[in-house]
Design a protein around this ligand. Structure first.
Ligand code: MLC
Ligand code: AMP
Length: 495
């Protein structure tokens, strides 16, 4: 039986006694043990009724078993659907209803919440202490499993990404999409089994799950697997590691610590940044303190990684480098390529580009052209030699600490509150998170307070999406067409 991703990422390690995961409690998982654990979990999935092509929703803590569950989903031919652990019951309900999974896996502390909205779908638990029902059920299962056949075009994962319409869209990622990108990155960044990656990202997004884990599995490298970002822990691991992947907030926080220096980073081979713009000043300050030039790359949930600064060659601050091998990037004006140096829409085509949005053919048709180019919503410039710089976004999006926040989703919730006439949510610069969320509101009921509004937003939206300030206005600024001028709000309230 062939299974594109399983055969490339997992099967080759069946007899590999080398360390894969180095965990916080001091224990390690060898690659060979990982392969066996994946098989045990695949048995649990099958026994729970998961059949090939079924979606499994996973809102679970960052543990070794969660990574093995990703492997198990691949081996059982299922579609892995990870969710941010910060999502509320209301948010999870939408994903469950939209994706119609055959199994939902959550932290034991969320079991009641999730069972209520799972609508007859089976729910199992996965905890950070290993005593969830999923892990316990796996313990006495056989350590081998007959791999389900999956080809390059079969779906491997469904990752939701919010949209400008306020409704999250499930990006369908095939085995080929994920594998082709991992192969390009391993080659480009020269990742080998001699590498040790510091992994401090969440594993429910492209960056922490695919960019970090798929490349490590493909190369057979070691992963220092941390439950979350922690400056002290990272500083302690730098002398024993070779790579770090992070969002810009990782780097600004590390820079603020005097213990970061040349000596501590001597063994490190590569610092990679992505998911949000890395300020040129962060790049420069990091080099001054450590001697390392951070390698910035650019990607999206729908496309995996698109461009990267070179491994050998100039890593230029403020640019995201060149298209990955096998990936075409064009900068366009209404679909027509613009000249080098001119600003336009970044469009992408290649094996890395997703298969479309789950159950949303109209949305897919709007963003994925018939000729295969995906319209990213990011505005960029290509230099004469093809190097890309991102200069802005056409989509109304805030990126806070690497998390994408779509204003429309928040506006819908705020506008629904009795006594609110309308609102406009926008981002302002934030030293730690890059951007931070603010809401301008117009009230029908002047007695409504920030606290009342916040208390009604809280149960509906994950904490990282909550506006940090509500600004009451008599009217929202609008242009002659009646469109709210968010640039005016951003300028007026940036301080
Ligand atoms: C946490 N909080 C945030 C936040 N993260 N608020 C805004 N933006 C964020 N990103 C809030 C919490 O709700 C909490 O609020 C407070 O901050 C402290 O929570 P915490 O869990 O202790 O936060 P911290 O550990 O400091 O996390 C910050 C972070 C984390 C930057 C380390 O957000 C992170 O790991 N971000 C990475 C996101 C990522 O992987 N993106 C990749 C997307 S893929 P309060 O008020 O309750 O205290 C993609 C494609 C690509 O974009 O190209 O890669
Ligand atoms: P997501 O939908 O979460 O995958 O986020 C993708 C978006 O993150 C892209 O469309 C960009 O707007 C942004 N992004 C990713 N990497 C970078 C980068 N290096 N510089 C600027 N923006 C980035």
């Amino acid at each position: 039986m062939t299974n594109t991703l399983y055969d490339a990422l997992i099967a080759p390690h069946a007899k590999n006694g080398g360390t894969f995961l180095d965990l916080n409690d001091g224990t390690t998982w060898s690659y060979a043990y990982f392969v066996q654990r994946v098989a045990q979990l695949a048995h649990v999935l099958r026994d729970a009724g998961v059949t090939p092509g079924d979606r499994i929703v996973v809102q679970a803590p960052k543990t070794a078993d969660t990574i093995a569950l990703y492997g198990a989903a691949l081996q059982a031919g299922a579609v892995f659907l990870p969710l941010n652990t910060a999502y509320t019951q209301t948010e999870v309900q939408y994903f469950v209803q939209d994706a119609t999974p055959s199994l939902v896996i959550c932290d034991p502390s969320r079991l009641d919440d999730i069972t209520l909205i799972a609508d007859g779908v089976g729910v199992m638990t996965l905890s950070s202490t290993g005593d969830g029902t999923l892990s316990l059920a796996a313990d006495d299962k056989p350590t081998d499993f007959e791999t389900v056949a999956r080809g390059p075009d079969d779906l491997a994962a469904l990752l939701y990404t919010s949209g400008t319409t306020g409704r999250s869209k499930g990006a369908m990622l095939s085995h080929k999409n994920l594998l082709s990108n991992a192969v390009s990155l391993v080659d480009l960044w020269q990742i080998t089994d001699q590498d040790r990656l510091i992994h401090a990202l969440p594993i429910f997004h492209t960056h922490g799950l695919f960019v970090a884990m798929n490349t490590s599995l493909l190369a057979g490298s070691q992963v220092r697997f941390m439950p979350a970002f922690d400056v002290d822990m990272i500083l302690a691991e730098l002398p024993k590691s070779t790579m770090l992947m992070g969002v810009p907030t990782f780097y600004t926080r590390l820079l603020a610590d005097d213990r970061l220096d040349v000596k501590r980073t001597e063994q490190m081979r590569l610092f990679i940044s992505g998911s949000a713009p890395l300020l040129a000043e962060t790049h420069t300050a990091f080099e001054a303190k450590t001697g390392h030039r951070i390698l910035e790359r650019y990607g999206m949930t729908e496309t995996n990684m698109i461009t990267s600064n070179p491994f050998d060659g100039d890593r230029i601050e403020g640019t995201v480098g060149y298209p990955l091998p096998g990936t075409e990037v064009v900068v366009t004006d209404n679909g027509a390529p613009v000249a080098p140096g001119d600003i336009g829409m970044i469009e992408v085509r290649g094996d890395n580009v997703f298969q479309g949005y789950w159950n949303m053919p109209e949305k897919t048709a709007e963003e994925l052209r018939e000729n295969g180019f995906f319209i990213t919503g990011d505005l960029g410039v290509a230099a004469d030699d093809g190097r890309i710089s991102i200069v802005g976004r056409q989509k109304d999006l805030i990126i806070s600490g690497g998390y994408n926040i779509y204003p429309k989703e928040i506006e819908d919730v705020v506008n629904d509150i009795d006594g609110v006439l309308e609102s406009a949510v926008f981002g302002v610069p934030h030293a730690d998170f890059g951007e931070s969320v603010m809401a301008a509101i117009v009230l029908e009921d002047p007695s409504l307070t920030d606290t009342t509004i916040a208390s009604q937003v809280e149960p509906k939206l994950a904490r990282f999406k909550h506006p940090r300030r509500y600004i009451v206005m008599d009217a929202l600024p609008r242009n002659t067409m009646g469109k709210v001028q968010k640039n005016v709000l951003r300028n007026d309230f940036r301080a």
